[in-house]
Write a protein that binds this ligand. Structure first.
Ligand SMILES: *Cc1c(COP(=O)(O)O)cnc(C)c1O
Length: 385
């Protein structure tokens, strides 16, 4: 097998510990749905899903039918797959055939789904997403009552698996007034269900931030993305937690991803020479330089030009010059033993040093999620202990 220019490792022990921590927060009776859209936030669906299953996870949420298809290739037959976003009409029969659950957010979708279910000869498991104030997808209240009637009349072919909504921005306390309103609006939809005696099997609202900080948002299931990968959704949520447990700091959530490559070449550069494209970096002394075999086409942010660093032999090696499409250079003058083939850590730990994703994102204004989800699917991933 020909090698890729870099590799990603997923630490299973860290994932287990994250899951335990989150499950303790949400309690025994709340289902944990693992959100694995965007190629499992860059961690790689094909490797991440079996690892999660081996840690007891059996519910997965994705943003599109295509991602559901990817999960289906690797998951246990008993695992649940739920599409929260785009499912084209043509693909509804496929979803039903494969027991894939999906969001319905307008009335018209119900009759289309019913027809598909009848054709397939199998009930469709649907989650009605309701509009509570985020104003993206979500069924408006004007359509809700007749939708419940429709579900009641067609219960043989339409399983009311869930009633749900998405809180827009629960990670920031500045949004609390909006989140509270959304939670209140969700309750009025639930009241309607009770009045009409058409109840969903599951009610779910919370993503990571709400699951970790808003008890009344837990309901029957939570949809957790970023936290399971070991990242606090925001400083607000982190400081709330350490305040609750009375600690100064808490490493309860552990990063599971490590991103590595190797030194491709080394060279000596004289004072006054320029490194790489243009004049972005001029050597102010004699320097030793290592060439790293990846660049912005591999998801390494160009914004780290002349700013970021990598780890080599446990030491920080600063980036010199621009991040190119598939190469960049680092200063190894202070690491005289560094040589071709040495392991280079781009994200993660090496000996006593760590590169956090936040160190990237502080420089580049990328979100953690954005940086992770842009890691190309072609980078090989593997699970380590
Ligand atoms: C992405 C997403 C989630 C998970 O969000 P995190 O903040 O990563 O936990 C939950 N629900 C929906 C609808 C989403 O799109």
């Amino acid at each position: 097998m020909v090698k890729h220019s870099s590799r990603i490792e997923l630490r299973k022990s860290a994932y287990k510990s994250n899951i335990n921590f989150i499950k303790k927060k949400i309690g025994k009776n709340v289902i944990f749905s693992s959100v694995i859209k965007a190629n499992a936030y860059g961690h790689g669906i094909d490797v991440f899903v079996p690892m999660a299953e081996s840690c007891g996870v059996d519910h997965f949420s994705v943003a599109s039918a295509y991602e559901a298809w990817e999960v289906l290739q690797v998951c246990n037959p008993d695992s649940h797959i739920m599409i929260m976003g785009i499912l084209y009409e043509d693909d509804i029969p496929w979803a039903i055939e494969n027991n894939i659950e999906f969001y319905v957010y307008n009335y018209d979708r119900l009759s289309v789904t019913l027809a598909a279910a009848k054709k397939v000869g199998k009930p469709a498991k649907i989650h009605i997403e309701v509009e509570t104030g985020a104003n993206r997808t979500g069924m408006p209240k004007e359509e809700f009552s007749k939708s419940l009637t429709f579900l009641k009349n067609n219960a043989d072919f339409l399983v009311f698996e869930g009633l749900c909504t998405h809180l827009g921005g629960a990670e920031s306390f500045a949004n609390n007034f909006k989140i509270e309103k959304q939670l209140k609006n969700f309750k009025t939809f639930l009241t309607k269900c009770k009045q009409k005696k058409v109840m969903p099997h599951l009610r779910h609202v919370a993503s990571s931030a709400a699951a970790l900080s808003i008890k009344e948002s837990l309901y029957d299931m939570v949809r957790v993305g970023v936290a399971q990968y070991g990242f606090w959704p925001s400083p607000d949520i982190y400081y709330t937690h350490i305040n609750q447990v009375g600690k100064n700091k808490d490493g309860a959530l552990k990063r599971i991803i490590t991103w590595k490559t190797d030194i491709m070449d080394t060279r000596k550069v004289n004072e006054g020479e320029f490194i790489g494209y243009g004049t972005a970096f001029q050597a102010v002394r004699k320097m030793n330089i290592a060439v790293i075999p990846l660049g912005y086409c591999n998801g390494y942010p160009r914004g780290l030009s002349n700013r970021g660093y990598v780890l080599i032999q446990g030491k920080k090696a600063p980036i010199v010059g621009l991040i190119n499409m598939n190469l960049f250079m680092v200063d190894i003058t202070h690491i005289p033993k560094a040589k071709v083939g040495d392991e280079v850590v781009l994200i993660g730990r090496q000996n006593n040093n760590v590169i956090h994703i936040s160190s990237f994102t502080n420089f580049t204004n990328l979100l953690n999620n954005e940086m992770l989800s842009r890691l190309p699917a072609s980078i090989p991933r593997k699970v380590v202990r």
